[in-house]
Each structure stands twice: as C-alpha cells, then as structure tokens.
Design a protein around this ligand. Structure first.
Ligand code: NAD
Length: 335
C-alpha cells in the first residue's frame, strides 16, 4: 500500500494535516489540496521541506469545477481522504448557505472529479453530530440520524451523496463518524486553529490557557448528567489517524459504503475535562456557567465495537494524553 499515491483534501487543517504528515512519514506519496479557508501555509511548507517530491500541494477550492484539469491530480491516485469542510456549528447556523455550498457542494464536486479521474476509493470525515439527540447511549452506527445543526445536516447530506455514488458508479467508500478529536500528533507539529472561535471545547480551553480569553464559558450545568455539564466522547488525534489507515486497508475488501464510529466509548463531562487539563498541565482554567446553547446535547458517546471488530482498531490514548498533547504543542510554539 505504501508506494501508493493518495489525495488528501483539507491537507492544511488540523486532522487532514496530521493525517497528511503521518502518511508522508510512513512512506505514502501525497497530493494535498486546501483553499486555506481555515488554515495557512505553515504546515504545508513544513511538509514540503521535510518530504520533498513525495508531497505535492495544490492550493484550490474543492468547489472549482475545472479541478480535473490540474496536472497534479493526474498522478494515479489510489484513494481520496476527504477532510475539507467548514466545521463551526455556530457559524453554520449563521451562514447556512455557505455551509451547504462548501461542505455538500464540495463533496459533490469531489465525487465528480473522482469519476473523471477514475479514482475508486474514498474515505470521508463524517461526524457524530449526525446522530443528534439519542436516547440510547452509547450510540451505534445503526441509530436513526437526527442532525440538529446545519453543520450536522451537511455531513448527513454528504454521506447521502456518497451512498448514491457507490450505487451508481464503481466507487467504494468508508465514512468515519468522529466523536470529539483532541490533542496533537506525537511529533508536536500540528494543532487545531485556536485563533478562530469555532466553539470547539479544547480550542476554547486553549484560548484561556494562552491568555486570549479570560475565562471559559460552560454552556449549561443543569443537564441530566453526572455533574450537570454536557458529556462527550473525546478521542486522541493519533487514534483517529490510525483509524483512517485501518479504513484504507478495509477498502480493499468492501465494495460499498461502510460507516464506522471512531470514539473511545467514555462519556466525559466538561468539568471533568477541565479538571484533567488543569492537573496534567498545571494551569488554572477559570470558567463561568452560562446558559445552555441551542442545539447542544446532554450526552453523546460512541459504541465503536463495529470499528473494533471489523477494522481491528481501538482507541488507546487517554484523556490525560489528549490534554497534555493539546497544550505542549502550543507551549512549544509560543516559547
Ligand atoms: P480544519 O478546519 O482544521 O481543516 C479543514 C481544512 O479544509 C481547512 O484547512 C480548510 O481550509 C479546508 N477547506 C475547507 N473548505 C474547503 C474547500 N471548499 N476547498 C478546499 N479546502 C477547504 O478542520 P478539522 O478539525 O481538521 O476537520 C477535518 C474534517 O473532520 C472536517 O470535515 C470536519 O467536519 C470533520 N470533523 C472534525 C471534528 C473536530 O472536532 N475537529 C469532529 C468531527 C468531524
């Protein structure tokens, strides 16, 4: 597999960039694509410097309809890893059209591009957000979907486009429904973008740790959970990246669209997350309780047994690892 060329959309971002770096490190040839709508050249330059001609980069928007003309894409690409999307839930509510155009339109265009270049394998970054409020926890892939935000709807619609493409064309695909990715790659290179207030909890904690915000808002302490704050399933980015390589192996034996949850199966409250972050990094994170946000859920955690059994994948990193790595990568940057 490792002498293959893969295309990574969203290659300058947090998860796509981390995956790109790891894929290059273990020997894949990579064509990366990004329009820098939520990123910049920093990690791309790093990868160009460190991996030479194994890494080709295309600054392009996935919605452009002449992408198939790009010389860089005529490289016998074996599989596409589709990370590129806008991901802020609050922003998606304010600017729904942008999110539908970018996330759904981008996926539609990518599928057309794959057809025109005869690329048959696709791994898609989906999200646990497609489940919405579920009575039965942990959540299995078979749960009926109930996306609450525009962002979540764009993920469900993109999965739907992939379903159709698998039926119509000779495509095989895996959608990975990520729970809540945290932390940074063990080589401490790539971090989530903390400049943009996306509403992502670790980015907000990091903003307080960096002194960019005075305190953290905790939205609601009256949920029916252990301590009243929302509970989520956090997963280390190294585990998430490992899940993509396992999914890629699986694509050799699936001829349809398979869906897998990637989570740890642990339900962690916001207060618990803050406590672990403070202890492991020896930093105080002042917080205040604010009103619940519209669309937020009480609890959401994964049943990942399908990925455990069929992909031979299991999350191994702890919450302490996630909190430590999320901070040290920035500490290194600021020092
Ligand atoms: P990110 O914003 O760091 O990276 C996404 C990258 O895609 C950015 O570099 C952005 O510039 C690029 N991009 C966006 N639209 C584009 C377009 N039209 N054309 C080209 N490039 C475009 O986000 P991330 O955290 O790395 O997330 C990666 C994927 O994982 C996304 O699809 C996201 O929805 C999904 N996901 C993320 C999380 C999370 O908590 N980070 C959770 C579940 C799912």
């Amino acid at each position: 597999m490792k002498n293959k060329t893969i295309l990574i959309t969203g290659a300058a971002g947090y998860i796509g960039g981390t995956f790109c770096y790891e894929a290059l490190k273990i020997g894949y040839k990579v064509v990366g694509l990004d329009n820098f709508s939520n990123s910049n050249m920093k990690y791309i330059n790093y990868m160009k410097q460190n991996f030479g001609d194994k890494f080709i980069f295309l600054e392009k928007d996935l919605r452009e309809n002449n992408l198939h003309q790009a010389r860089e894409l005529k490289n016998n690409i074996d599989c596409v890893f589709h990370f590129a999307a806008l991901k802020s839930v609050p922003e998606s509510e304010e600017n729904a059209e942008l999110y539908y155009r970018n996330n759904v339109g981008g996926t539609e265009n990518l599928i057309e591009l794959m057809n025109s270049l005869s690329i048959r394998k696709l791994i898609f970054s989906s999200s646990a957000a497609v489940y919405g409020n579920q009575k039965t926890q942990p959540i299995k892939e078979t749960a009926s979907l109930d996306p609450k935000s525009v962002y979540a709807k764009t993920k469900k619609m993109s999965e739907g486009l992939i379903d159709e493409a698998v039926k119509k064309h000779n495509l095989c695909a895996v959608s990975l429904r990520y729970f809540n990715p945290l932390g940074s790659h063990k080589d401490k290179i790539i971090t989530d973008n903390v400049q943009n207030e996306s509403g992502n909890i670790m980015a907000m904690i990091l903003r307080v740790a960096l002194g960019l915000n005075k305190q953290l808002n905790i939205y609601g302490d009256d949920y029916p959970t252990k301590d009243g704050t929302g509970e989520r399933d956090y997963i280390h980015i190294n585990d998430l990246v490992a899940g993509h390589f396992k999914a890629y192996e699986k694509l050799n034996s699936v001829s349809k669209h398979e869906i897998y949850n990637l989570g740890t199966g642990d339900s962690i409250s916001v207060l618990n997350l803050i406590k672990v972050f403070e202890k492991i990094n020896n930093i105080k994170i002042p917080y205040k309780i604010a009103n619940r946000r519209k669309g937020d859920l009480a609890r959401c955690f994964a049943d990942s047994s399908k990925a455990n059994n069929q992909l031979n994948w299991k999350a191994v990193y702890t919450l302490e690892n996630m909190c430590k790595d999320a901070w040290t990568v920035l500490e290194n940057e600021v020092n």
